[in-house]
Write a protein that binds this ligand. Structure first.
Ligand SMILES: Cc1ncc(COP(=O)(O)O)c(C=O)c1O
Length: 366
């Protein structure tokens, strides 16, 4: 059994993808070719956001956003310690400081109740993460940010397609950033990402940063980077986007089936989805008291499982200069010590899910 079976999707749409790729090979505009604009329009329409800027990865989407907001040395960005490293890495890359706040014990997303205590005159951005496919409480986070006039960037690398009170992830705040890494809910066949914003001037600046600060060729009024999405990846994403709404529904169904199979097993806490949210289950992550035992029992049956994220960011060597220590974020640390992600993709069969649940139960009897 595979953790994420990308081939099942490819078998469905391989011909269409090949046709799309062939069109790019025929016109030969590999950099910012026509598929880029077509994709940006399609993504903006899907998310219902006025502006989409495609880019080279989810990490670069976050980096371009922070650069566009002018974040630099001395600035603070409030974020969470329980996420993939990119979220805080881009802040540190700009010589600004990540300021962590703990997560909620049930959704594993930023706890809005802890934000105000972390705000200082140097706070320039609040950057929640919509972890595992479920949006953070963007309604409350936006309200707090508005009170202090601080922009919000949703790190929606894992939640593309999810909804929060009827609105899509990425369109919930000033800026939303996502990733098209192959295993993400909407993935390409390499690296890719996108930024969404409702601010036209900011969108223009981000487009400029994406291409070495250029607006007019060979004129560089701004410092930028090479942050473009490849035309070939845009072509692949256009085909995948066609079936993405259906895949979001399939993901939800796979998640609900897991809940039914696993929620009565002692020692397991299945994922909690907050009222007003759904989830695209980028990961199906539960909490278990005996992770090592369970994951080795699953492995013995040929079932992969992964502990995303076993070490929270405040305890990573890369952030040792921030001076955090064990115990600073007890909820993130507790979740990190118990989390376990199971195989998850839209084409996971009921039979395979049954095998996973069956492998679990005898293990607990031992
Ligand atoms: C929460 C989060 N933020 C940012 C990223 C970075 O995305 P990418 O790998 O496309 O750079 C990821 C990817 O794993 C992620 O999960």
């Amino acid at each position: 059994m595979q953790f994420i079976d990308l081939n099942a999707q490819q078998r469905r749409i391989r011909n269409n993808i090949e046709n799309r790729v062939k069109q790019v090979l025929d016109h030969g505009q590999y950099i910012l070719g026509p598929e880029i604009q077509e994709l940006e329009e399609a993504l903006a329409a899907f998310v219902e956001s006025p502006h989409c800027i495609s880019c080279s990865s989810g990490t670069d989407a976050l980096l371009i956003s922070l650069v566009a907001l002018g974040i630099g040395p001395g600035d603070e960005v409030i974020t969470v310690p329980y996420t993939w490293i990119s979220t805080a890495e881009v802040i540190a890359m700009l010589h600004a400081s990540p300021v962590f706040v703990d997560i909620q014990p049930d959704t594993f997303n930023m706890d809005p109740d802890r934000i105000e205590a972390a705000i200082t005159p140097r706070t320039k951005v609040i950057m929640p993460v919509s972890i595992y496919g479920q949006c953070a409480d963007m309604t409350r986070i936006n309200a707090i940010a508005a009170k202090y006039a601080i922009p919000v960037i949703e790190d929606a690398a894992q939640s593309f397609g999810a909804k929060h009170h009827g609105k899509r992830s990425c369109a919930l705040s000033h800026i939303g950033c996502t990733s098209f890494f192959p295993s993400k809910p909407l993935g390409c066949y390499g690296d890719g990402g996108a930024i969404f914003t409702d601010d036209e001037a900011l969108a223009e600046k981000m487009r400029q940063i994406r291409v070495h600060g250029q607006k007019v060729k060979h004129q560089h009024p701004l410092i930028g980077m090479n942050g473009r999405l490849d035309t070939l990846q845009a072509a692949i994403l256009l085909e995948k986007l066609e079936i993405f709404p259906e895949e979001c529904t399939l993901r939800w169904e796979v998640g609900q089936r897991y809940n039914r199979l696993l929620s009565d097993i002692p020692g397991i806490t299945t994922p909690f989805i907050a009222p007003g949210n759904d989830s695209v289950y980028a990961q199906y992550t539960l909490l278990t008291e005996n992770r090592e035992q369970v994951s080795s029992a699953l492995r013995a049956e040929g079932i992969p499982s992964v502990a995303y994220y076993a070490v929270p960011l405040h305890l990573q060597g890369a952030f040792s200069d921030l001076g955090y220590k064990p115990g600073d974020f007890p909820i993130a640390e507790k979740v990190a010590s118990r989390c376990l992600s199971l195989p998850m993709h839209p084409y996971l069969t009921a039979e395979d899910q049954g095998r996973i649940a069956a492998a679990w139960v005898p293990n607990l009897d031992r």
